[in-house]
Ligand binder design. Sequence first.
Ligand SMILES: O[C@H]1[C@H](O)[C@@H](O)[C@H](O)[C@@H](O)[C@H]1O
Ligand SMILES: [Fe+2]
Length: 340
Amino acid sequence: MAPSAISPPYTPLPPNGKSLDTISDSIDALNLLKLQISRNAFHNEPTPSSTPQELSRKTSFSVGSEFTTVSSFDAEKDKSQFRQYDTPETPQSVIDEYTTQHKSQTVAYNLLQRNKFHFNKSARPVMTVWEAMEKLDKLIDPSDPDTNEGQIIHLLQTAEAMRRDGKPQWMQLVGLIHDLGKLLFFYGSAGTWDVVGDTFPVGCAFSDANILPHTFTANPDFNDPIYSTENGIYEPGCGIENIIMSWGHDEYLYLVMKDQSCIPREGLAMIRYHSFYPWHSKGAYRQFMKKGDEVLLEAVQAFNPYDLYSKSDEAPPSADELKPYYMTLINKFCPGPIQW
Ligand SMILES: O[C@H]1[C@H](O)[C@@H](O)[C@H](O)[C@@H](O)[C@H]1O
Ligand SMILES: [Fe+2]
């Protein structure tokens, strides 16, 4: 790409330099410029001193802490009605989905999927975020007892609830895209069991805090002499980002976005761990956290109510009406074609 094609418009600061809006716009333009340089490096030869990963890390911006304030859009909701997995009302299809998932997510399967992702890049489709949303709308999540809506509605409900609560733009964008990893279903998954549903670490004992924990007994790793121990292949305190999470839409979208967006680290954690309910909502697997991981946990916990409780919001949002607003966020944080 010619250097002129990546130059952002130059906005001079006012003489007194006091306009926060102007400064914030300049920072946004700078972030975008860094992202475009990073994209360039991603698609061409990276130089040894700046790998795509390093460049992507440099595009991250500081997020402040206001985004963690408690959600209020859900104040009137009866929360006991959500996530019922072991009751007479739980659809059999949901139970079947988890039964298959829990017997099939092994360490070996997980290593294979990561290998495929990293070494089969050219086989992955290229499209914009909005195109991905439209494609994904054809999928109804079979693991979810709380919604039968297409995915566009769920994504817009999540983002709109955040917007109503005054959450920052980067978080609204994360709400909008957080489930786009379910595109995996159309591109080489083994079924839906390796795409949707709650996630958990592999390579260590399966916690009873998981959904339908008895179904793990059919997993070949369940009786493995190492994988069946409490810490398995990990050291306590090794860091939550260093454990292998069951393969699915969370990990996949995280891998896609970490090098192709300027979503901050907290937002990437929301994407990567939003289905890790045993950790973020039940307190399991916390022995693997290292100093500093509390920030990630706090981010995922701030995200969770919007994902879960917006599913019962009245009046499904209109994608056509909301598209112009959300395109401004897409253009700011993950513009242009993405390699999925
Ligand atoms: O994050 C959610 C959550 O884990 C749900 O329980 C699951 O059904 C969905 O597939 C997933 O997107
Ligand atoms: Fe999800």
